[in-house]
Design a protein around this ligand. Structure first.
Ligand code: GLN
Length: 195
């Protein structure tokens, strides 16, 4: 299997390392030809507005949207979660998403950069110790359709907000497992969604 990490902006190198540590063949992708060839795609954390603008500028936007709609296994972390959502509650002007999961996300839901935080999470389908969630100006899932499975949530003010979800072949986390050295979320993606 040939896993591509979208390398337009953001922490794509960290995803590449995590995937390599899982023992799969992974490479950075940023041209239409490269994206046409991958068997799975990872969309990194970073800045979703920048990634979507660059995807348009490099003629990748429609191709990525179509490949995801056609069933390409895809994992988005943080900005990547925003990009695989159906819509954004508070988008930057003209901000569009690739789609993939029938959900609406709220950008910067936990507050500003200085309100970034870490917390241990129960992740449905991953056994053993909890998963360390690194949240950097992260989104949360505000609402979602019937085909979406919630895998992890964070409670704020007594309200539970989904921060890891999957639907069909698409996985999204509001946090950054690629920054922790714990490769279990990447393994989950490869074993549960890419088969
Ligand atoms: N707030 C960023 C956005 O809207 C996401 C931040 C991140 O990926 N760490 O894209």
């Amino acid at each position: 299997m040939n896993v591509g990490v979208l390398a337009l902006q953001g922490d794509f190198r960290e995803h590449l390392i995590a995937l390599s540590d899982c023992g799969v063949s992974a490479k950075l992708v940023k041209t239409p030809a490269e994206i046409a060839e991958v068997d799975a795609l990872v969309i990194p954390g970073g800045e979703s507005t920048t990634i979507s603008k660059l995807a348009k500028a490099f003629d990748l936007f429609d191709l990525i949207s179509k490949r995801i709609a056609d069933g390409l296994p895809t994992y988005g972390s943080c900005a990547g979660m925003i990009l695989v959502s159906k819509s954004i509650i508070d988008p930057a002007s003209n901000q569009e998403t690739f789609g993939g999961i029938d959900m609406q996300v709220r950008r910067n839901a936990f507050g500003r950069q200085t309100e970034s935080f870490e917390v241990d999470l129960d992740f449905k389908g991953i056994s053993g110790s909890q998963i360390r969630g690194v949240f950097i100006r992260a989104p949360w899932v505000e609402n979602y359709g019937p085909g979406v499975e919630v895998l992890a949530s964070v409670e704020v003010g007594g309200v539970s907000h989904p921060v890891a979800v999957s639907s069909g072949k698409v996985l999204a986390t509001a946090f950054h497992p690629e920054l922790t050295g714990d490769i279990r979320v990447h393994k989950y993606f490869l074993e549960e969604l890419c088969k």
